[in-house]
Design a protein around this ligand. Structure first.
Ligand code: ADP
Ligand code: ADP
Ligand code: ZN
Length: 225
Protein backbone atom coordinates (compact mmCIF):
# COMPACT_ATOMS: atom_id res chain seq x y z
CA UNK A 1 0.00 0.00 0.00
CA UNK A 2 1.18 3.51 -0.83
CA UNK A 3 -0.19 6.24 1.41
CA UNK A 4 0.53 9.99 1.47
CA UNK A 5 0.19 12.18 4.57
CA UNK A 6 -0.61 15.72 3.46
CA UNK A 7 -0.72 18.71 5.78
CA UNK A 8 1.01 21.92 6.81
CA UNK A 9 4.21 21.94 8.90
CA UNK A 10 3.29 20.91 12.42
CA UNK A 11 0.10 19.05 11.43
CA UNK A 12 1.54 15.88 12.92
CA UNK A 13 2.66 14.04 9.78
CA UNK A 14 5.88 12.75 11.32
CA UNK A 15 4.26 11.80 14.64
CA UNK A 16 1.43 9.85 13.00
CA UNK A 17 3.60 8.34 10.26
CA UNK A 18 5.73 6.84 13.04
CA UNK A 19 2.68 5.47 14.83
CA UNK A 20 1.11 4.03 11.65
CA UNK A 21 4.45 2.59 10.58
CA UNK A 22 4.63 0.33 13.62
CA UNK A 23 0.91 -0.50 13.75
CA UNK A 24 0.49 -1.31 10.07
CA UNK A 25 3.97 -2.52 9.06
CA UNK A 26 4.56 0.24 6.54
CA UNK A 27 7.85 2.03 5.90
CA UNK A 28 7.95 5.79 6.35
CA UNK A 29 9.63 7.87 3.63
CA UNK A 30 10.18 11.44 4.85
CA UNK A 31 11.84 13.80 2.40
CA UNK A 32 12.48 16.23 5.29
CA UNK A 33 14.42 13.49 7.16
CA UNK A 34 16.33 12.53 4.00
CA UNK A 35 17.29 16.15 3.35
CA UNK A 36 18.37 16.69 6.98
CA UNK A 37 20.50 13.53 6.73
CA UNK A 38 22.15 14.93 3.59
CA UNK A 39 22.77 18.24 5.39
CA UNK A 40 24.31 16.42 8.38
CA UNK A 41 26.49 14.31 6.08
CA UNK A 42 27.71 17.46 4.33
CA UNK A 43 27.06 16.14 0.83
CA UNK A 44 26.77 18.52 -2.11
CA UNK A 45 23.02 17.97 -2.18
CA UNK A 46 22.91 18.71 1.55
CA UNK A 47 24.84 21.96 1.17
CA UNK A 48 22.48 23.07 -1.59
CA UNK A 49 19.37 22.12 0.39
CA UNK A 50 20.38 23.59 3.76
CA UNK A 51 20.34 27.22 2.57
CA UNK A 52 16.84 26.77 1.15
CA UNK A 53 15.53 24.87 4.19
CA UNK A 54 16.77 27.54 6.58
CA UNK A 55 14.74 30.08 4.65
CA UNK A 56 11.64 27.90 4.94
CA UNK A 57 11.32 27.47 1.18
CA UNK A 58 10.91 24.30 -0.83
CA UNK A 59 13.98 22.64 -2.34
CA UNK A 60 13.77 22.02 -6.12
CA UNK A 61 11.38 19.30 -7.24
CA UNK A 62 14.05 17.26 -9.03
CA UNK A 63 16.06 16.84 -5.81
CA UNK A 64 13.21 15.36 -3.75
CA UNK A 65 11.85 13.34 -6.68
CA UNK A 66 15.31 11.78 -7.03
CA UNK A 67 15.43 10.95 -3.30
CA UNK A 68 12.00 9.29 -3.40
CA UNK A 69 12.80 7.33 -6.58
CA UNK A 70 15.91 5.88 -4.91
CA UNK A 71 13.92 4.70 -1.89
CA UNK A 72 11.13 3.18 -3.95
CA UNK A 73 13.80 1.21 -5.81
CA UNK A 74 15.37 0.04 -2.58
CA UNK A 75 11.99 -1.63 -1.94
CA UNK A 76 9.92 -1.90 1.20
CA UNK A 77 10.55 -4.35 4.01
CA UNK A 78 6.95 -3.86 5.11
CA UNK A 79 3.65 -3.87 3.31
CA UNK A 80 4.25 -0.57 1.55
CA UNK A 81 5.16 3.05 2.16
CA UNK A 82 3.84 6.06 4.03
CA UNK A 83 5.06 9.24 2.37
CA UNK A 84 5.56 12.05 4.90
CA UNK A 85 6.17 15.50 3.41
CA UNK A 86 6.15 14.34 -0.22
CA UNK A 87 4.65 15.34 -2.61
CA UNK A 88 4.56 19.07 -1.83
CA UNK A 89 3.93 20.49 -5.32
CA UNK A 90 1.73 19.48 -8.24
CA UNK A 91 4.89 18.65 -10.22
CA UNK A 92 5.98 16.28 -7.42
CA UNK A 93 2.52 14.68 -7.34
CA UNK A 94 2.64 14.08 -11.09
CA UNK A 95 6.16 12.67 -10.77
CA UNK A 96 4.97 10.33 -8.02
CA UNK A 97 2.14 9.03 -10.21
CA UNK A 98 4.71 8.41 -12.94
CA UNK A 99 7.25 6.74 -10.63
CA UNK A 100 4.60 4.41 -9.25
CA UNK A 101 3.18 3.57 -12.70
CA UNK A 102 6.70 2.70 -13.89
CA UNK A 103 6.90 0.27 -10.99
CA UNK A 104 3.51 -1.27 -11.72
CA UNK A 105 1.72 0.23 -8.74
CA UNK A 106 -0.48 3.21 -7.84
CA UNK A 107 -1.12 5.55 -4.96
CA UNK A 108 -3.85 4.09 -2.74
CA UNK A 109 -4.85 7.26 -0.96
CA UNK A 110 -4.01 10.52 0.75
CA UNK A 111 -4.83 11.52 4.32
CA UNK A 112 -5.23 15.27 4.61
CA UNK A 113 -4.41 16.36 8.17
CA UNK A 114 -6.49 19.44 9.02
CA UNK A 115 -5.34 21.84 11.71
CA UNK A 116 -5.81 25.53 12.55
CA UNK A 117 -2.92 27.90 11.78
CA UNK A 118 -2.65 29.12 15.38
CA UNK A 119 -1.98 25.60 16.62
CA UNK A 120 0.79 25.03 14.06
CA UNK A 121 3.19 27.67 15.31
CA UNK A 122 2.78 26.46 18.89
CA UNK A 123 3.37 22.85 17.84
CA UNK A 124 6.47 23.71 15.85
CA UNK A 125 8.26 26.00 18.29
CA UNK A 126 7.80 23.39 21.05
CA UNK A 127 9.00 20.45 18.97
CA UNK A 128 12.19 18.50 19.79
CA UNK A 129 13.51 15.03 19.04
CA UNK A 130 15.81 12.48 20.62
CA UNK A 131 19.31 12.93 19.16
CA UNK A 132 19.89 9.17 19.31
CA UNK A 133 16.69 7.46 18.09
CA UNK A 134 14.76 10.35 16.55
CA UNK A 135 11.65 9.93 18.72
CA UNK A 136 9.56 13.10 18.58
CA UNK A 137 8.47 15.15 21.60
CA UNK A 138 6.87 18.47 22.48
CA UNK A 139 7.50 20.89 25.37
CA UNK A 140 3.78 20.92 26.30
CA UNK A 141 1.97 18.20 24.35
CA UNK A 142 4.35 15.24 24.38
CA UNK A 143 6.88 15.37 27.20
CA UNK A 144 9.26 12.55 28.10
CA UNK A 145 7.96 10.41 30.99
CA UNK A 146 11.15 11.03 32.97
CA UNK A 147 12.33 14.62 32.46
CA UNK A 148 15.35 14.75 30.15
CA UNK A 149 15.36 11.01 29.31
CA UNK A 150 14.08 9.56 26.03
CA UNK A 151 11.17 7.11 26.62
CA UNK A 152 12.28 4.91 23.79
CA UNK A 153 16.06 4.63 24.09
CA UNK A 154 17.07 6.28 27.38
CA UNK A 155 19.27 8.89 25.70
CA UNK A 156 19.60 12.26 27.44
CA UNK A 157 20.45 14.23 24.31
CA UNK A 158 17.81 16.04 22.32
CA UNK A 159 17.84 18.28 19.27
CA UNK A 160 15.71 21.08 17.90
CA UNK A 161 15.52 21.87 14.20
CA UNK A 162 17.12 25.11 13.04
CA UNK A 163 14.03 25.94 10.99
CA UNK A 164 11.62 25.41 13.93
CA UNK A 165 11.40 29.05 14.96
CA UNK A 166 8.51 31.44 14.57
CA UNK A 167 10.04 33.45 11.73
CA UNK A 168 10.92 30.50 9.50
CA UNK A 169 7.60 28.81 10.32
CA UNK A 170 5.78 31.77 8.74
CA UNK A 171 7.71 31.24 5.48
CA UNK A 172 7.06 27.49 5.62
CA UNK A 173 3.33 28.16 6.03
CA UNK A 174 3.40 30.54 3.07
CA UNK A 175 5.13 27.89 0.98
CA UNK A 176 2.50 25.38 2.10
CA UNK A 177 -0.46 27.53 1.09
CA UNK A 178 1.07 28.64 -2.22
CA UNK A 179 2.57 25.36 -3.41
CA UNK A 180 1.21 22.41 -1.43
CA UNK A 181 -2.43 23.19 -0.65
CA UNK A 182 -3.43 22.83 -4.35
CA UNK A 183 -2.72 19.10 -3.91
CA UNK A 184 -5.93 18.83 -1.86
CA UNK A 185 -7.97 19.56 -5.01
CA UNK A 186 -5.68 17.41 -7.13
CA UNK A 187 -6.30 14.34 -4.99
CA UNK A 188 -9.96 15.14 -4.31
CA UNK A 189 -10.63 15.05 -8.05
CA UNK A 190 -9.00 11.61 -8.18
CA UNK A 191 -11.24 10.41 -5.34
CA UNK A 192 -8.16 9.65 -3.24
CA UNK A 193 -8.54 12.16 -0.39
CA UNK A 194 -9.63 11.37 3.16
CA UNK A 195 -9.58 14.26 5.65
CA UNK A 196 -8.85 13.93 9.36
CA UNK A 197 -9.25 16.69 11.95
CA UNK A 198 -6.00 16.78 13.95
CA UNK A 199 -6.90 19.49 16.46
CA UNK A 200 -7.41 16.97 19.28
CA UNK A 201 -4.71 15.31 21.35
CA UNK A 202 -2.34 12.84 19.67
CA UNK A 203 -4.07 9.88 21.43
CA UNK A 204 -7.41 10.94 19.94
CA UNK A 205 -6.06 11.70 16.47
CA UNK A 206 -4.27 8.35 16.20
CA UNK A 207 -7.41 6.13 16.04
CA UNK A 208 -8.93 8.54 13.49
CA UNK A 209 -5.78 8.15 11.36
CA UNK A 210 -6.01 4.34 11.66
CA UNK A 211 -9.64 4.51 10.53
CA UNK A 212 -8.72 6.66 7.54
CA UNK A 213 -5.90 4.28 6.60
CA UNK A 214 -8.19 1.25 6.86
CA UNK A 215 -10.89 3.00 4.78
CA UNK A 216 -8.30 3.66 2.05
CA UNK A 217 -7.06 0.08 2.28
CA UNK A 218 -10.50 -1.50 1.94
CA UNK A 219 -11.34 0.80 -0.98
CA UNK A 220 -8.20 -0.20 -2.87
CA UNK A 221 -8.98 -3.89 -2.24
CA UNK A 222 -12.53 -3.45 -3.63
CA UNK A 223 -11.27 -1.90 -6.85
CA UNK A 224 -8.10 -3.77 -7.81
CA UNK A 225 -5.88 -2.38 -10.55
P1 ADP B 1 4.87 17.54 10.99
O1 ADP B 1 5.67 16.30 10.66
O2 ADP B 1 3.54 17.56 10.29
O3 ADP B 1 5.62 18.81 10.77
P2 ADP B 1 5.09 16.65 13.79
O4 ADP B 1 4.52 15.28 13.74
O5 ADP B 1 6.55 16.78 13.90
O6 ADP B 1 4.52 17.50 12.54
O7 ADP B 1 4.38 17.43 14.99
C1 ADP B 1 4.82 18.72 15.37
C2 ADP B 1 4.88 18.84 16.87
O8 ADP B 1 3.54 18.85 17.37
C3 ADP B 1 5.57 17.67 17.57
O9 ADP B 1 6.31 18.21 18.65
C4 ADP B 1 4.45 16.78 18.07
O10 ADP B 1 4.79 16.15 19.29
C5 ADP B 1 3.33 17.77 18.27
N1 ADP B 1 2.03 17.20 17.90
C6 ADP B 1 1.75 16.34 16.90
N2 ADP B 1 0.43 16.05 16.87
C7 ADP B 1 -0.14 16.75 17.86
C8 ADP B 1 -1.47 16.89 18.35
N3 ADP B 1 -2.50 16.21 17.81
N4 ADP B 1 -1.67 17.72 19.37
C9 ADP B 1 -0.64 18.39 19.90
N5 ADP B 1 0.64 18.30 19.50
C10 ADP B 1 0.89 17.50 18.50
P1 ADP C 1 7.57 20.04 8.15
O1 ADP C 1 6.50 19.20 7.58
O2 ADP C 1 7.66 19.98 9.62
O3 ADP C 1 7.48 21.44 7.62
P2 ADP C 1 9.74 18.62 6.77
O4 ADP C 1 10.70 17.94 7.63
O5 ADP C 1 8.79 17.81 5.99
O6 ADP C 1 9.01 19.67 7.68
O7 ADP C 1 10.52 19.57 5.75
C1 ADP C 1 11.52 20.46 6.18
C2 ADP C 1 12.03 21.25 4.98
O8 ADP C 1 12.62 20.37 4.03
C3 ADP C 1 10.96 22.02 4.21
O9 ADP C 1 10.71 23.29 4.76
C4 ADP C 1 11.62 22.11 2.81
O10 ADP C 1 12.59 23.10 2.77
C5 ADP C 1 12.32 20.76 2.70
N1 ADP C 1 11.46 19.73 2.09
C6 ADP C 1 11.01 18.59 2.68
N2 ADP C 1 10.25 17.87 1.84
C7 ADP C 1 10.21 18.57 0.67
C8 ADP C 1 9.56 18.38 -0.59
N3 ADP C 1 8.81 17.29 -0.83
N4 ADP C 1 9.74 19.33 -1.53
C9 ADP C 1 10.51 20.41 -1.32
N5 ADP C 1 11.13 20.67 -0.16
C10 ADP C 1 10.98 19.76 0.84
ZN1 ZN D 1 15.66 8.08 21.94
Amino acid sequence: MILVLLGPPGAGKGTHANLLETKRSLVKLSTGDMLRAAVAAGTELGRKASVIMERGQLVPDEIVIGLIAERLDAGSKGEGFILDGFPRTIAQAEALDRLLAERGTTLDGVIEMQVDDEALVERIVGRFTCANCGEGYHDSFMQTKVPGVCDRCGSTEFVRRRDDNEEVVRSRLEAYYAQTEPLIGYYKRQGKLVSVDTMSEIDVVHPAMMQALDAIKSKSVETPG
